[in-house]
Design a protein around this ligand. Structure first.
Ligand code: ADP
Length: 448
């Protein structure tokens, strides 16, 4: 089936990102927006736009009725959900299907399978993906101690419906267990309306390494190498790189192949990311995201493959544009997430951007909907742009990043740019020597 008009059910830089791919493929675009985003760049650049409601996300970007109505009105035959919002909502995929509209993403069944973390982990085991040692299923207060003793302390209690690090608690020893289980359960209930939790061995100093996969839904699948997203604050990624400074080619190809084989077995359709913790040479699956990730451009930089083109191709039944053997990994790429936030306290800083100058030159990509005069609405996440830098080697990439950060001008609001200037000059970062706790430790150590 051919796709001739895509409605982009998102906003900000990712809406623009998808729009660019559509234009390159000669596909018409429909932007949707809340009243707060009437002046947004994705609205200006789309062929058509529809206002779908007032500022709060639940009334606009999460409003399935309005989005389906916008498809009917404009005659869009497919929806790209971007990331966040409705991108991992199986019900949304089902509803689009019922209306004969193509959801650019995996099947609703696969979204459900990976959305529940206990089921996802069981599936990973069946597919031959290595997982973190942990409970076989849900953990209840009455069996928590027995399970924790089997796993061995320290343990981590995690919400089955988890996301964004919520409902996650560490118990270092037996004394801490009861409280950790009960707080994790109540946090999970408050955040997800579901108090089910499970237990894992708590890894002390892992890196976060994730593998990009794409499948055609017919049993063909490829991997596009890994990304290292260990630099995090409160489980939010801040700086990502591809390849990981911690892996060699053999390790890369081995874990990549395990993931691609798993996707073949599942007959997975679309882009997906399999997330691992990595410690002492071992990979431990933590979750799979059944969508495009914020940090996908670093993978595009080192492979030259446009992931949104691939998503659209497989959604329309056109198959993958490349085979595994045709994929080559070239150089090194780093992404910095530019947020409208104080670079130290991370308190959001919405307001009007008075001056905006994006850097340029070889190996530089800026994905952003920001411009001088743009008023950042206070209703959504604070990501205003992504800076992606590519070099032939990691050293060249870091030198380029240093140069590019000095060129980037965003005035009128606070941004995280100064944090990246500190990080790019840091010796541990230069050495690629960091784990998932490094950034929080660094921020605590260097607090003014
Ligand atoms: P969420 O979906 O809530 O983001 P994840 O399972 O993806 O949860 O985990 C988020 C982060 O929590 C990981 O990137 C890592 O920093 C930490 N984490 C998760 N599981 C473990 C574990 N078993 N040991 C240590 N840290 C963990």
């Amino acid at each position: 089936m051919t796709i001739s008009k895509i409605l982009i059910a998102n906003r900000g830089e990712i809406a623009l990102r998808v729009l660019r791919a559509c234009k390159e493929l000669g596909i018409a675009t429909v932007a949707v927006h809340s009243t707060a985003d009437a002046d947004a760049m994705h609205v200006r650049l789309a062929d058509e736009s529809v206002c779908i409601g007032p500022p709060p996300s639940r009334d606009s970007y999460l409003n399935i009725h309005q989005i389906v109505a916008a498809c009917e009105i404009t005659g869009a035959d497919a929806v790209h959900p971007g990331y966040g919002f409705l991108s991992e909502n199986a019900k949304f995929a089902d509803i689009l299907d019922a209306h004969g509209i193509t959801f650019i993403g995996p099947t609703a069944e696969h979204i459900r399978l990976m959305g529940d973390k206990i089921t996802a982990k069981k599936t990973a085991v069946e597919l031959g993906i290595p997982v973190v040692p942990g409970s076989a299923g849900e953990v209840l207060p009455e069996n928590a101690m027995e399970i924790a003793r089997q796993i061995g302390f320290p343990v981590l209690i995690k919400a089955t419906a988890g996301g964004g690090g919520r409902g996650m608690k560490v118990a270092k020893n037996e004394t801490e267990l009861e409280e950790a289980v009960s707080t994790a359960r109540s946090e999970a209930l408050a955040a997800f309306g579901n108090d089910a939790v499970y237990m894992e061995k708590y890894l002390g100093h892992p890196r976060h390494i994730e593998v990009q996969v794409v499948g055609d839904g017919e049993g063909n699948a490829i991997h596009l190498g890994e990304r290292d997203c260990s630099l995090q604050r409160r489980h939010q990624k801040v700086w990502e790189e591809a390849n990981s400074p911690a892996l060699n080619v053999e390790q890369r190809m081995k874990i990549g192949q395990i993931c691609a084989d798993a996707m073949k077995k599942m007959k997975y359709r679309g882009a997906g990311t399999i997330e691992f913790l990595y410690e002492n040479g071992e990979f431990y699956f933590i979750e799979m995201n059944t969508r495009l990730q914020v940090e996908h451009p670093i993978t595009e930089a080192i492979t030259g493959i446009d992931l949104v083109h691939e998503q659209i191709r497989v959604a329309s039944g056109g198959g993958l544009s490349v085979t595994q053997d045709e994929i080559t990994f070239s150089g090194h790429a780093i992404e910095c997430r530019i947020n409208a936030e104080d670079p130290r306290t991370f308190v959001p800083s919405p307001g009007t951007i008075t001056h905006f100058h994006a850097p340029g030159g070889l190996g530089v990509r800026v994905d952003s909907g920001a411009y001088a005069g743009y008023k950042i609405p206070p209703y959504y996440d604070s990501l205003i742009g992504k800076l992606i830098v590519h070099g032939r080697t990691r050293v060249e990439c870091m030198m380029r990043l240093r140069r590019v950060l000095d060129e980037f001008v965003v005035d009128g609001i606070k941004t995280t740019l100064p944090l990246f200037q500190d990080l790019v000059a840091n010796q541990d970062i230069a050495n690629g020597d960091y784990d998932i706790h490094w950034l929080e430790d660094y921020l605590a150590r260097t607090a003014p």
